[in-house]
Each structure stands twice: as structure tokens, then as C-alpha cells.
Design a binder for this molecule. Structure first.
Ligand SMILES: [Zn+2]
Ligand SMILES: [Zn+2]
Length: 554
């Protein structure tokens, strides 16, 4: 009898980080991908726009990749699609709203025509090669989110996707606990589950709580109301719109991404806007202040966002006025706290009343807290468990939680991106690694900015640059003009004329030294200039600007 193929799970992103989620599931010679997300750059990635997973492994096994399955429409799950599909064009499966958002992306990249998108609904079971793929409804901070069960001859793999257990969801579509229980009853070989909120005890509150807080705030607000939240949180937008309608206010949308989501979500029937409620921004500006609600992005303090520009008095159409109520309906993602705090300060200074995270009920998370994670583990009782979607300590905590519930520690895998985890009906093991990592996207360049470019950018950002220009005679190595020095970001030249003169002298001395030692190669001369000038400047200023010698020959 031929040996039965094994089931392998290969995380290509999302482990040890929050972002660029992507998991390859391999059975024999067949691969499906779950999610295809991006990550926003970290602070030290200067000038980088987005970060996507390294897909070298997939490119090496291109003909085996059968499709991409999407859990939901957040950027950390769909954001890398245009880049990946350009290299591996396979069918994409997802819910209606998820694919609606994907379409917008593909259109921006001029790829809509080339990609096959297939809409699936919760409880649909489709065949992708040897895989029977089932979609199961979950609650999350974007509608139409689904867990994915992949049934294979050796057993079932369940990926929860991002989820929470909301007993009173805004759209009435409750997480399909009966289906999860049934899967658990039948037996699940491997489960991968969301670790984002594993550090929080108890249950995550229902999204409906936010609606109640909106209602309370609207009832007391005398003037204009401005709500900043994630564009993709359609349920929250719905609650804002519903409450606005109740208090006879009109709603205007500020910011391109928010306008885009409002359009897609209402076209697809996920957002219900009462007739006449939505108005253009300039119309809102003409209405009495107590008749207006503005919805905007920028709840993370993103420097280019509408809210930041509004707070900095730099928005073309929106000025903050004394008496405005501003609701920041989000928690800063770790790393963004300072940006958000600065915006809140600024808004207070402009005379607004700001309601933010510290006030309970203005934001609830879309991810499960400990009790929900336990409930999922107990419903499924998987043989093997892989915590995903979290930084390393979160994966560790989630593993602990699973152990407390009786999953043997040898059946729990705290993995890393690129690690191959292989399972048969009875055993699971780690089996080497494949290439994985991050690919940086800057403008139109994908992967062309690496460590060397980033190191240069870092140096430039810290101490600036000095450009030394000398014109020389090729025949006899005589200096014909210069040296001239141009600097940016190093010192304020007008106040440092002395230093600049001394620097020029240093360059001249360096050139004389070259002459005496018989150094006539341009590259060697440049290196002497760089070393001598660098040493001099460091002694004088304790700074290390980038030095760029240019020798022009005539
Ligand atoms: Zn999500
Ligand atoms: Zn996510």
C-alpha cells in the first residue's frame, strides 16, 4: 500500500508578529493558502510603505498552489494579495464583503480582469484539489468574517481566523457555535487559533456596547460630533449612523478610505443608511452644528490621516470648533500610543471635548479574550494546537491556556514563520524550515529596499549628509576647483561657516596626503577623504554624517 501523504502547516506570516498573516496548508503535492496579508512598517523601517510576506517557498512550488482562502477583509489578511497574485495567479475564495474589498485593491493595481474571485458563504463546502474547504461564521470587527475548516483524508484542520464570541452582534449574525461543536464532536486534527487578546482575562464585550455609548454621548452633545474609527469596522459605522438618525443628525464622511468602505459596504448591503442621512462634507459644513456627525479615519494617529490633519489645523474642509465632541472609537495599536496621545492633546487645546479609550465602552476589541479562547478550545478539543496571530509572548500564553485545558504540551506547537509542521492521523512534528521573512514595499519597488538601503536611511536620518565636490585634472591629479561642501541635515551651515572652512582644509590636506603617497585611484582617494573628514567631524561635533565625495575630472 502506498504511504498516505501527510498534512503540513507552514506559517509564512503572522507568527511572532501581528500582521502579514499567511499560512500554507500542504497535503501531498497540493497547497492552499489561508489569508494573504500585509503588515505596516515598524518605526525603524524608514520610508517603507508596507511589508508583505516572503513567498519564495510558494514560488518554488508554484504549480502546487491551488488557491487562496480568505477569512475576512482586514489588511493584515488581504493586503498582500495584489503582490502575491501578480506572481502566482490562483483563484481566491472569500465572503461577499471580503471580496468586495479585494476588488477595490485589484482595481487600484489594474489586475481586476486577471484574477478569479469566487464568493462563498458560511457553511459552504467547496472542493479545491484534494481539499474539502468549509467556511464557518465568526464574529469580528468587520462583517462577513469566517473560520476555515479544511477536510483532508488524514483529518480536519481548523483555522479560526480572527474571531470573538459576540452573543449580540450588530447585524444579528451570531458566530456559528453549533457548527464548531459539531466539528469538535467529529474530531479536529489540528486547530490554529487567534492569540491577539490572550493576555486579557474574561470575555471581550459585545460590539453593541459601543452603540449604547454612542447613544449616551449623542444625547448630551450640544454641537458637532466627530467619530474617528477604523474604516473597515462596518458595524461601528452602522451604529454611528443609526444613532445619528435617531437624534436627527446628518452624517458626512471624511477621508478616502472611509468613503470607499461606506460605498462598498452599502452597495453590498452591509450598511443601511436611512434616506437623506448621508450628506456631502460641504453640505454638512452649512448645517447647524447640532445636526452634524462626521465620520473619519485616523484613530491610530497616522500622520497623513484626516484626524491628524484636522487636529493640526491642516484640513481643507474641517476646522475643530469650541464645543465639538470628538469620539476616538479605537485603542491605539502598540507603538501608536504617543501619536494618538498627541492628537488628543491637540484636540483638547482647540476647545473640543474628547472622549477616548480610557472611558469605557467607546471601543471594544474584535478579538477573543481568555474565556472565549477556552470556549473555542473546549468546543473543538483538537488533537494538535497551533496558536497564531500574535507576538511570541502571546503565542506562549495561548499555549499555556491550551495546556491548562488538557491538551498535552507535546501536541502544542508554538511555531515560527517558515517552520514546517507535519501531521498524520496520530503524530505531529516540526520538520525543518522553508524560506520566510519580510519583503519591504516602497512606492513601486517590491523587495528592492533591503538592509543596506535601510542602514543608509537610518544614518541620513540621524546625522545628515555631507557632499564634497572636487574638480581634478586627470593628467597630473591637480585640484582645479573646490573642494566645495554641501550639507543637509548635518549642521545649519550659516551658523557653522568656521566648521565648513576647516572641513574644506581637511579635504585639501587629505588630497595632498594622497599625492605624497602616490594614491591616484579615484576610489582610494575618496576613501581617504571620507576617513579623514569623518574623523575630524566626529571630533568637532560627535556626529557621524554620511560623507559622499565626488571627484569630477577634466
Ligand atoms: Zn481582523
Ligand atoms: Zn488580523
Amino acid at each position: 500500500m502506498a504511504k498516505e501523504p501527510k498534512l503540513a502547516v507552514i506559517p509564512l506570516g503572522g507568527l511572532g508578529e501581528i500582521g502579514k498573516n499567511m499560512t500554507a496548508v500542504r497535503f501531498g503535492e497540493n497547497i492552499v493558502l489561508i489569508d494573504c496579508g500585509l503588515m505596516f512598517p515598524e518605526e525603524e523601517m524608514l520610508g517603507i510603505d508596507i511589508v508583505i510576506p516572503d513567498i519564495t517557498y510558494l514560488l518554488e512550488h508554484k504549480e502546487q498552489v491551488l488557491g487562496i482562502l480568505l477569512t475576512h477583509g482586514h489588511e493584515d489578511h488581504i493586503g498582500a494579495l495584489p503582490y502575491v497574485l501578480r506572481q502566482i495567479n490562483v483563484p481566491v475564495y472569500g465572503s461577499k464583503l471580503t471580496l468586495g474589498l479585494v476588488q477595490g485593491k485589484l482595481k487600484e493595481h489594474n489586475m481586476l480582469e486577471q484574477v478569479k474571485l469566487t464568493t462563498v458563504k458560511p457553511r459552504d463546502i467547496i472542493s479545491v484539489g484534494p481539499f474539502k474547504v468549509e467556511f464557518i461564521r465568526v464574529s469580528h470587527s468587520i462583517p462577513d468574517s469566517m473560520a476555515i475548516a479544511i477536510h483532508t483524508p488524514v483529518g480536519t484542520l481548523l483555522h479560526t481566523g480572527d474571531f470573538k464570541i459576540d452573543q449580540t452582534p450588530v447585524d444579528g449574525e451570531v458566530i456559528d457555535l453549533p457548527r464548531f461543536a459539531a466539528l469538535g464532536e467529529k474530531g479536529v486534527l489540528v486547530m490554529l487559533s487567534d492569540s491577539t487578546n490572550v493576555e486579557r482575562s474574561g470575555y471581550t464585550m459585545s460590539e453593541r456596547v459601543v452603540g449604547n455609548t454612542f447613544d449616551e454621548t449623542f444625547r448630551h452633545a450640544q454641537e458637532r460630533i466627530l467619530i474617528a474609527t477604523f474604516a473597515s469596522n462596518v458595524h461601528r459605522l452602522q451604529q454611528a449612523i443609526t444613532v445619528a438618525h435617531k437624534y436627527e443628525r446628518h452624517v458626512a464622511v471624511v477621508g478616502r478610505s472611509m468613503a470607499n468602505v461606506v460605498q462598498v459596504a452599502s452597495e453590498l448591503g452591509y450598511l443601511h443608511i436611512p434616506e437623506g442621512t448621508l450628506v456631502e462634507l460641504d453640505e454638512a459644513n452649512r448645517l447647524p452644528k447640532n445636526k452634524v456627525v462626521l465620520l473619519t479615519t485616523g484613530s491610530q494617529g497616522e500622520p497623513m490621516s484626516a484626524l491628524t490633519r484636522i487636529a493640526m489645523n491642516d484640513h481643507r474642509q474641517v476646522d475643530i470648533m469650541h464645543g465639538d465632541t470628538i469620539i476616538i472609537s479605537a485603542t491605539p495599536i502598540p507603538g501608536n500610543e504617543k501619536l494618538v496621545a498627541r492628537i488628543i492633546d491637540q484636540l483638547f487645546k482647540l476647545g473640543a471635548k474628547v472622549i477616548y479609550e480610557a472611558v469605557s465602552g467607546i471601543h471594544v476589541s474584535g478579538h477573543p479574550s481568555q474565556e472565549e479562547l477556552k470556549l473555542m478550545l473546549n468546543l473543538i478539543r483538537p488533537k494538535f494546537f497551533i496558536p497564531v496571530h500574535g507576538e511570541y509572548r502571546m503565542l506562549k500564553r495561548h499555549a499555556e491556556l491550551a495546556k491548562e485545558l488538557g491538551i498535552p504540551s507535546e501536541n502544542i506547537f508554538v511555531g515560527e514563520n517558515g517552520q514546517v509542521l507535519e501531521f498524520n492521523r496520530k503524530t505531529g512534528r516540526t520538520l525543518g524550515r522553508v524560506t520566510s521573512g519580510r519583503v519591504l514595499v516602497d512606492g513601486l519597488g517590491v523587495g528592492d529596499v533591503g538592509n543596506i538601503v535601510l542602514r543608509d536611511r537610518k544614518q541620513l536620518s540621524q546625522d545628515g549628509i555631507l557632499i564634497v565636490v572636487v574638480t581634478m585634472d586627470k593628467e597630473n591629479n591637480q585640484v582645479l576647483a573646490g573642494p566645495d561642501i554641501v550639507s543637509r541635515g548635518f549642521v545649519y551651515v550659516r551658523e557653522s561657516e568656521m566648521l565648513m572652512e576647516e572641513a574644506k582644509t581637511k579635504v585639501k590636506m587629505a588630497l595632498e596626503k594622497c599625492c605624497v603617497r602616490g594614491i591616484s585611484e579615484w576610489a582610494a582617494m575618496k576613501s581617504v577623504i571620507r576617513d579623514d573628514l569623518g574623523k575630524f567631524l566626529y571630533e568637532k561635533t560627535r556626529r557621524r554624517p554620511m560623507i559622499l565625495p565626488i571627484i569630477m575630472e577634466v
